[in-house]
Design a protein around this ligand. Sequence first.
Ligand code: SF4
Ligand code: SF4
Length: 461
Amino acid sequence: MAQKRKILSAPVTINLELISSCNIKCRHCYNFWRENNDQNIIKLSKEKFDRFLEMAIDARVFHVVLSGGEPFLNFDVLEYGLKCLRENEISHSVNSNLMLANTDKIKRLRDAGMEHVLTSLNSFDPKTNDYINNQNGSFEKILRGIKIARAEGMRISVNMILSQSNKHHVYKTGKLISELGCQRLFGTRVVPNVNIDAPDQTPFKLDIDDAKLVLEQLVNVNKDFGIGIGTLVSYPLCILGDLQKFKALVGRGCPAQRGNRMSVNTDGTAHACVHEEKSYGNIFEIGIKGVFANMREWHDGSYLNKECLTCDYIEVCDSGCRMVAHSYYGRLDSSDNLMIGKEYIVKPYKMPIDNKMLEAVNNGERFIVPKRIRFRKESGFYVVNVRWANAFPIETEIAEFLINTQKNEKRFNLDDFGITKKEIMLRLFMKDVIEPVNNNFSCDSDSKLVGASIDPFTIPV
Ligand code: SF4
Ligand code: SF4
C-alpha cells in the first residue's frame, strides 16, 4: 500500500550535461529533436562548473553523472569536473559513447578520477547499431573505445535502448560485451519521445510481449556470461511476475519520483527526469534546492498511478515509468504501458537472508560501519548512501547510531544495536551498509542487495 512519501531536501544524484550536442543522433534519443547547429551548442564552462559544485556541496549531493550530449566534446571541463568531484568526495560516473576516446584521453580522465563509464551499444550487429545510432561506422568506433577504456582498467557498463529493431539482440550483445570485459548490460526499454503523437504506431516502442522477450534474454546473459544486468528505466514489477527470477531488475523504481535524481542542462535548467521537457527553474538562478523544491509533485506521490495504490509493491515499483505513461496516455499519473496488474506478481521478492547469517547475528557477530557510507540529515529522517547513487531514507535513531559508530570506529553486535531491531540490522547488512568484522563470515554476494538500488525497508515482509 502507498505510504506517505519522505520528501528529500535535495537530489541524491545529479545528471549534469556538460555540452548540449552529441557526435551522433540516435533515433530514440530524448535529444533527437534538438537542432545541433553551431549557434545553439551550449558548453558548460569551468566557472559554471565551479558554481554548480559549490551548490552540490552545500546541498550534500552524493553522486554526479557527467553526461551530455557527448561529454568528450567538452573534454577540458570533463577532466576538470572529475578532479573537482574527487577532491570534494562526491562520487561520479561518466556517460559517453566512447567514440572519441583514445588512450591519451582515457589516461587523463583516469588520472582525474574516472573509474566507470556508461556507454551505449544498441546491438551486436553493426548494421542495426548504426541504423539506431544514425551513423555508419559508429559500431566500430564504440567497440574501439570500449577496448581502449578496458585496457586502461576502466569499469564499463553498456546500455542498450530497446525497441523494435533490436529487441531480439539482447543475448548476443550481452555475449559480445562480456567478451570485451564489460561488467554490466543494461537492457533499457525505450521511452517514446513526448513529441511523438502515437508511439504505438512507431518502431520506438516496446509492448508487453516484447518486454517479456527482452527480460528472458537479460536473465540468460547473466546466467550464461556471468556479467551483471539491469535497466536504466524500470519495468513494472507486475510484468516481471516472478520477482525471484528477475531479482536483478527489482528495485530501481523511478528515481525521479523518489527524489533520487535530478537532471541539469548546460544552461542550468533542470528536470526531474532526463526525458522530461518541462523545466522547474534554473539552478544558477534559484539554486539546486530551489529547483528541487519546485518538483514536489514528482516526490509526494502525486504521479503514482491510482490503479496501483493497493499493490504491495508500489513503494518498490513506483507504478513504473511516469514518462512512458505520459508518452502513451498523455498524463504523468497514467498507467505504464507495461503495467498488467498486481495479480500477475506470481512469486514475491524475498529478502536474501540465509540461516548462516542469522545464526552469526544471533551469536553476537560484530559489525562496523565502513568509511564509504555517507549520511545526510533531512527533516525528521536521514538519507544513507551506500556507494555511488545508491541511497535510501533511514530513521533518525538508527542513522545516529550508525554515524556515531562510524565516527568512533566502534564495533557493535545485536545487543548494542537493539535486540528488537534484528530485522533492521539484517536488512542493513544485506544492503552493505554494515560489514561483519569477521571476514570469514559473508554470504553469497550474488544474493546480497549490493548494487541494486532497492530501498531495503520497502520490501514487503
Ligand atoms: S500494479 Fe502498479 S505498482 Fe504494482 S507492480 Fe504493477 S505497475 Fe507496479
Ligand atoms: S519517469 Fe522515472 S522511471 Fe521513467 S525514465 Fe524518468 S526517472 Fe526513469
